[in-house]
Design a protein. Structure first.
Length: 151
C-alpha cells in the first residue's frame, strides 16, 4: 500500500520519509525475452538459457535496463500524491546496478523520499528506489528518481 501525500504541504515536508517496500515480483524468462524483443537486446546472457549455463552467472540474467524499468511499476506502489493536476517522470540523477538479477529471482522496490524542492508550478521529489533481490545482500539497482508534481 503506497504512502499517501494528500496535500502539497504534506509532500513538501516529506524529505526523509521511508516509503516501505512493494510486493515481490518474479523475474521470469518470458519477461526477460519480452524486454529483449522490445529493445532489440538479444545478448545470450539474457535470452539463451543453454549457453548461459556455462556463462559467468550460471543462468540467464535480466537486462539492467529491465530492472531499472521496473521502478515505474514499483513507484506507484510506494507513493501516491493526491491533489495534483499532473505528475511526470523528470529523470534520474544517479543509477547503479550492484548485482545481477538471475532468472526466476524475485525482486521488490524499497523507497525513500530524499528531497522535495520547489519547481515552477509544483514540486520535485527525489525518490531513492532500491530494487532488492530476495535472499541477496546486494540490491539489483539503486535509482535516484526525479518526479515532478504540478498543482
Amino acid at each position: 500500500m503506497p504512502t499517501v501525500f494528500a496535500t502539497q504541504e504534506a509532500l513538501r515536508a516529506a524529505a526523509g520519509t521511508d516509503l516501505g517496500v512493494t510486493d515481490w515480483l518474479p523475474i521470469t524468462q518470458e519477461r526477460i525475452n519480452q524486454f529483449a524483443d522490445a529493445t532489440g537486446d538479444h545478448q545470450w546472457i539474457h535470452v539463451d538459457p543453454e549457453r548461459a549455463k556455462s556463462g559467468p552467472f550460471g543462468t540467464t540474467i535480466a537486462h539492467g535496463y529491465l530492472t531499472l524499468a521496473l521502478s515505474n511499476l514499483f513507484l506507484p506502489q510506494l507513493v501516491e500524491v493526491q491533489g495534483m493536476k499532473l505528475g511526470v517522470n523528470y529523470g534520474c540523477d544517479k543509477i547503479r546496478f550492484p548485482a545481477p538479477v538471475k532468472v526466476n529471482a524475485r525482486v521488490r522496490g524499497r523507497g525513500e523520499i530524499k528531497d522535495v524542492s520547489e519547481v515552477k508550478g509544483g514540486l520535485q521529489a527525489t525518490i531513492l528506489i532500491t530494487i532488492e533481490i530476495e535472499g541477496e545482500d546486494r540490491p539489483a539497482c539503486v535509482i535516484e528518481s526525479l518526479s515532478r508534481y504540478f498543482y
